[in-house]
Design a protein around this ligand. Structure first.
Ligand code: PLP
Length: 393
């Protein structure tokens, strides 16, 4: 006898993974250059040279020490470097004792949901959303309350949001730049959100936390502002990852930051650390605690994502697809050319174009295109997108 929930999660692959695996099989049949895999968000630019050089140097200089256990919350020197970087760049008023290093944004989110959840608690999520949120929130014993998408600009449907916030709301999750829409929440959107949360916290007599999931914080296009969320709403908890900004998804490294000013901040930080302990997420990989903290003011060369975004958006619009302009990350979320996004994705698959149906992201009638690929791949894929559009005429 095993947990049915866990068995289900372990056997049912996500649609994204399903397409990704299909792409690999298909590439073996017809050649990788003939499969246009826009399914998964694996960064395609290398990390900065300094990342590998720092790793090699540390392995040479500290061959045994670098592999040793660190403090559960992460090595003090690494946390100090992260705090200094956040303070320099965002005036974050961060201290090392408010950072909890862990294995990527996924673990950061799990630590926060598990740390905050009391019986009956709910977390509000805006569609379209990263599908693992539901797994993480339900895994913590809480309920996910989904707000339908505002499909004109993928900002926030505030009427629906206000109705969804109740005395059971423990937190609200934002992800900007967003996976899967690529949209960045404007300062005005965040300020309106903050005003509502301040009012609702007062009305219900307890803090409602804003959990800012920021793995794409550094991937924002020219002229697009990504505001530092804790400056807009006091009770914010930041979940960060180096998977995308430094192109290190396989190294599993990121952090939770609980600002000093946040309500019951000491308890929240202690609960995050306790959740890390209970989930077995203590001591993030020690080599990469050091490497990322020594390289945390750098990013991979991210400009290809903006080039890809511009090229792809303009070409798809020209063909008649409806696409909301992305402000960052590396995803486009156009409308599918028929209401049934799964059928549309299947039709695309017949042309060896792999795009993910939007239903899994809470936004039926759309598909997600990950454009973290060579620009040349996009150029070669465009005739296929044209053929797909023509097949609906
Ligand atoms: N949050 C969002 C919105 C993501 O897109 C991802 C990964 O793609 C994650 C969290 C998890 O990132 P990590 O690799 O840091 O666990």
């Amino acid at each position: 006898m095993v947990s049915e929930r866990m068995k289900g999660l372990g056997t049912a692959r996500s649609v994204i993974r399903e397409l990704f695996e299909y792409g690999k099989l298909r590439a073996a049949e017809i050649g990788a250059e003939n499969v246009f895999d826009f399914s998964i968000g694996n960064p395609n630019v290398p990390p900065p040279a300094a990342v590998n050089e720092t790793a090699v140097r540390l392995l040479r200089e500290q061959p045994d020490l670098i592999h040793a256990y660190t403090s559960a919350q992460g090595a003090a020197d690494a946390r100090e470097r992260f705090a200094n970087s956040l303070n320099r760049r965002f005036d974050a008023r961060c201290t090392p004792d408010r950072l909890y290093l862990t294995v990527g944004a996924a673990a950061s989110l799990c630590c926060v949901f598990n740390g905050l959840t009391c019986p009956g608690d709910e977390f509000v999520v805006f569609a379209p959303y990263f599908p693992e949120y539901k797994v993480f929130i339900e895994g913590a014993g809480a309920k996910m309350v989904l707000i339908p998408p505002e499909i004109e600009g993928f900002q926030i449907d505030f009427d629906a949001f206000e109705k969804a916030v109740t005395e059971h709301t423990k937190g609200v999750l934002v992800n900007s730049p967003n996976n899967p829409s690529g949209v960045v929440y404007s300062r005005a959107t965040l300020e309106r959100l903050a005003a509502i949360l301040t009012e609702k916290s007062r009305q219900f007599g307890h803090p409602i936390y804003l959990i800012s999931d920021e793995p794409y914080r550094e991937i924002a296009y020219a002229g697009v502002e990504v505001p530092w969320v804790p400056h807009i709403y006091r009770d914010t908890i930041v979940c960060y990852s180096f998977s995308k900004s430094l192109s290190l998804p396989g190294e599993r490294i990121g952090y939770v930051f609980v600002p000093k000013e946040a309500a019951e901040g000491d308890d929240v930080y202690a609960a995050v650390a306790g959740a890390g302990r209970s989930l077995g997420y203590v001591n993030a990989p020690s080599l990469f605690q050091q490497v990322t903290s020594l390289c945390c003011d750098m990013t991979a060369d991210l400009k290809v994502y903006e080039e890809n975004a511009k090229l792809f958006t303009a070409a798809l619009r020209e063909m008649g697809y409806h696409v909301v302009e992305p402000g960052g990350a590396f995803y486009l979320f156009p409308r599918s050319l028929e209401r049934n996004d799964a059928a549309f994705s299947e039709r695309a698959k017949k042309l060896d174009l792999l795009v993910v149906p939007g239903s899994g992201f809470g936004a039926p009638g759309h598909v997600r295109i990950s454009y973290c690929v060579q620009t040349e791949t996009i150029r070669r894929a465009l005739p296929k997108f044209q053929a797909l559009a023509d097949s609906y005429k």
